[in-house]
Ligand binder design. Structure first.
Ligand code: UD1
Length: 361
């Protein structure tokens, strides 16, 4: 069997880490196309080296652009590569523009499409990711769902027959990285001004809903700046760009900005932190798996399981909370309870390879 994985952004590379490792030592051929949606070394290259992923077989070098330009350029660039490769499966990941472009290009060429992380829904139609995931699910032949909740959404949309519950491949990567960090005693590499042996909060912000609304962005940044412990802010390029544009100071008060971290360092930084503040889907789940309280600045989450027991708390309107409430939120501890394994047992990627081989159209 020949499978082509199409990836382009940082979270897809983390998932690819698990899938590429699961293909290792099998008789199957696994090839990789990188669309180039993320091109900064800190958002792309370090994940290949850090997670031991083989270099991509094809790099499309698409880069940034409006949604239409970015997605359309990818579609045009993928056609000839798929034509040459003619894989048994095109495997697409998550909900980015790279996911949608690969699914549409492959479906139109009558190549079987499998969607990893199928069935997630925010039901927020102003998010580009919501359209990407719904459209991808409906044109894919095999829907590999991470959770029971996702399976329920797929069934509700008439897609039950094409859906398989495999678990979340991010668990595979996160838990094995955690074990390596703990056994090797790896210290977190944090922005200047943060002592890893003293309490700190770890923060990331990159979603358009937050970064592209100046008022909302200003309230989130002020809330973090008023924290009573330093805030390690791992700044996505889009956050830096918007703050410069709107005159928002990323070094105010408790804020200590730094670059995004390679995966192993991110896991070490979450483990050593008092809590996480984010709008990233992946980081909400990583905080949950690493038993660190998370505060999510969004109106909803696709990863609803993280909300149970208060491990993750949603803040739909950051401006509704004053500095004291924010401080209390960021200092909260969560009582340990038996949480089960809502995201699977850390062997999802092997299940993905098995299902692709068994279901092969
Ligand atoms: C994309 C995904 C989002 C995912 C995120 C993970 C879509 C619609 N969004 O968002 O679902 O959560 O990746 O990080 O696909 N930029 C750089 N260097 C880079 C890449 C981007 O500077 O390597 C800047 C550019 O100014 C670009 C902006 O970031 O315009 C946004 O990049 P883009 O790829 O459009 O989306 P992300 O916000 O990264």
């Amino acid at each position: 069997m020949k499978v082509i994985s199409v990836v382009g952004t940082r979270p897809q590379l983390v998932k690819l880490g698990a899938v590429a490792a699961a293909f290792d030592g099998t008789p199957h051929e696994h090839r990789i196309i990188h669309t180039g949606q993320h091109y900064d070394a800190g958002l792309s290259d370090v994940f290949f080296s850090g997670l031991g992923i083989p270099a991509p077989d094809h790099h499309l070098g698409i880069g940034s652009g409006s949604h239409g330009v970015q997605t359309g350029t990818m579609l045009a660039a993928l056609d000839p590569v798929f034509e040459r490769e003619r894989p048994d499966w095109v495997l697409v990941y998550g909900d980015t523009n790279s996911t949608l472009a690969a699914a549409v290009s492959a479906a139109k060429m009558h190549l079987p499409v499998a969607h990893l992380e199928a069935g997630l829904r925010s039901f927020n139609r102003s998010m580009p990711e919501e359209h990407n995931r719904v459209l991808t699910d409906h044109c894919a032949d095999l829907l590999l769902a991470p959770t029971r909740e996702a399976m329920g959404h797929l069934a509700g949309e008439g897609l039950r027959k094409r859906s398989e519950l495999v678990g979340d491949v991010m668990v595979d990567v996160c838990l094995s990285t955690r074990d390596r960090v703990l056994s090797a005693g790896i210290r977190p590499s944090l922005p200047e001004g943060i002592d890893p042996d003293r309490p700190y909060v770890l923060a990331t912000l990159h979603r358009a809903e937050n970064t592209d609304d100046p008022g909302r962005l200003r309230s989130i940044v002020s809330a973090l700046a008023a924290s009573d412990v330093p805030v390690a802010l791992l700044a996505h390029p889009r956050l830096v760009d918007r703050c410069e544009r709107y005159g928002i100071d990323l070094t105010a008060g408790a804020l200590r900005p730094g670059e995004p971290l390679p995966y192993r360092d991110l896991v070490a930084a979450v483990l050593a932190s008092r809590g996480v503040v984010t709008d990233s889907g992946g980081l909400q789940k990583e905080a949950y798996l690493l038993e660190t309280p998370c505060t999510t600045v969004r109106t909803e989450t696709e990863w609803v399981e993280t909300l149970e027991g208060g491990w993750n708390v949603l803040i739909p309107e950051p401006a509704d909370h004053d500095a004291a409430e924010w401080r209390e939120l960021l200092a909260r501890t969560v009582p340990g309870t038996d949480r089960g394994e809502p995201y699977g047992d850390g062997k999802a990627a092997h299940r993905v390879v098995d299902r692709l081989a068994e279901v092969r159209p």
